[in-house]
Design a protein around this ligand. Sequence first.
Ligand code: CUA
Length: 174
Amino acid sequence: MFNDPLRAICDDPLERKWIWISLVLAVVMGGLLGFYAVASNLNPPSNVETIDSSRLHLTQEFAEDNLGVKNQPDGSLRVTLVAARYGFYPQHIEVPADTPVTFRIASADVLHGVHVPFTNMTTMIVPGYISEVQTRFPRTGEFSLLCNEYCGLGHDSMWSRLVVVPKSAGGASS
Ligand code: CUA
């Protein structure tokens, strides 16, 4: 019989058994969380890049004419969005499936969040910072970009459309 370290804090064998079960469960669940975070590529966005939110329109990258989907030389895509009460602009974006996509998003006013249900795309959009998310969308279809940080009376209607098209038909549509 091994020397149970829990003996130091608990005399009852049945109670010690249950303490062990809960400890093992906690370790297993923590391990599963870690495993799925790695396996599903769930990274906390960690880009730290500042920008003056009141002057987005004067920047090169976030000027109205430069927003949207752009092809990169390496075959990936870059999607530049402005989040502002109450929408993500441009309000309709189209990307091919299974292609690396880098989102770069800046808020023009207050704190927003963006979440695309059924994908791993989610981040906060903090005014003064550029949020960057790298992802790819394995499934085709229409998705919604939803705001998931309360940002004002129009928060509930703050969303825009993301269409993932088959890869062959892919290509940037501005
Ligand atoms: Cu933007 Cu809620």
